[in-house]
Design a protein around this ligand. Sequence first.
Ligand SMILES: NC(=O)C1=CN([C@@H]2O[C@H](COP(=O)(O)OP(=O)(O)OC[C@H]3O[C@@H](n4cnc5c(N)ncnc54)[C@H](O)[C@@H]3O)[C@@H](O)[C@H]2O)C=CC1
Ligand SMILES: O=C(O)C(=O)Cc1ccc(O)cc1
Length: 289
Amino acid sequence: MTEQLSFNNFGFIGFGLIGGSIAHALKEIYPSSNIIAYNYYKTKTHKKLEAAKQDGIVDNISTSLSDFSDCDVIFLCAPVLTNISYLNELSPYISENCLLTDVGSVKGNIHKVVAELGLNKNFIGGHPMTGSEKTGYANSDSSYLKDAYYILTPTEEVPAEYTSWLKNFIITAGSHCEIMDYKTHDNVTAAISHCPHIISASLINTVAKLDDDGKYGRLAAGGLKDITRISSSSPEMWQNICLSNPDAIVSFLNRYIATLTNAKEAVISGDSDKLMQFFESAKKYRDKL
Ligand SMILES: NC(=O)C1=CN([C@@H]2O[C@H](COP(=O)(O)OP(=O)(O)OC[C@H]3O[C@@H](n4cnc5c(N)ncnc54)[C@H](O)[C@@H]3O)[C@@H](O)[C@H]2O)C=CC1
Ligand SMILES: O=C(O)C(=O)Cc1ccc(O)cc1
């Protein structure tokens, strides 16, 4: 049986919706733990981190990555490319016994840089399959981790007790832990998360171009709003994700465009059987989700 580690010092780089939600959960599960958060503004106070300190969720705010050398666990919770950009500078302060994890929506590119820096033995890729179109600490809540899937992508080099600790935290926070390799992660999330955001933005942009006088938007009922809610998400976050997972995204978009083309042809030819089958198969799968 794997020994359960006892971690008490947690560090955060990036402290928005997801970082804040994880910190809330850590404080609920380990009330005497110490949480340090990084103020990347360096020369001015970070009002949202000060608010988190007032709330008792953050204990220390630091402008120096060297202060993270005492951390048992460091969570990278900024946009995907920003998380990666910290690895080199952070590397000297990741102690031998430190577990480094992230929450980014793409795993392949961070695993590549982690391996290049020789940090495989410290790193477990993480991705909570939760959240919303909202951003920022003010919207964070430990409830985001309740009844959600939380994917981990450990390599063989990371100690089993690190995976065990992280898995235990995730389950105690209320999530279901799913372990897979990072390539599988990036293929699956391209289909169920990354491309839906591209499709939603494409639809909204297409409607917006037609909407000179606001009539389309005014009359839009539930359908358009349901399928495009996610287009109110952070543009920076989704730009980072698309730049990080191009192969899997293009591969899924090719399939999707073929499906759209088939649907268009069925409409052009008035193929009632094909149209019925198109909507029936979609309903069958969607009703089970
Ligand atoms: N929003 C969602 O529903 C989900 C997001 N994710 C991933 O979580 C990560 C964070 O996303 P959210 O919390 O939703 O976004 P957010 O916008 O709420 O938080 C991002 C945080 O990163 C900070 N940040 C920005 N630039 C920084 C820099 N240079 N240095 C340090 N911190 C910086 C921001 O100040 C903010 O606190 C992203 O990697 C995203 O892919 C994962 C699952 C769900
Ligand atoms: O708003 C929604 O439903 C989302 O799309 C939430 C989300 C955003 C990013 C992720 O990597 C995972 C989940």
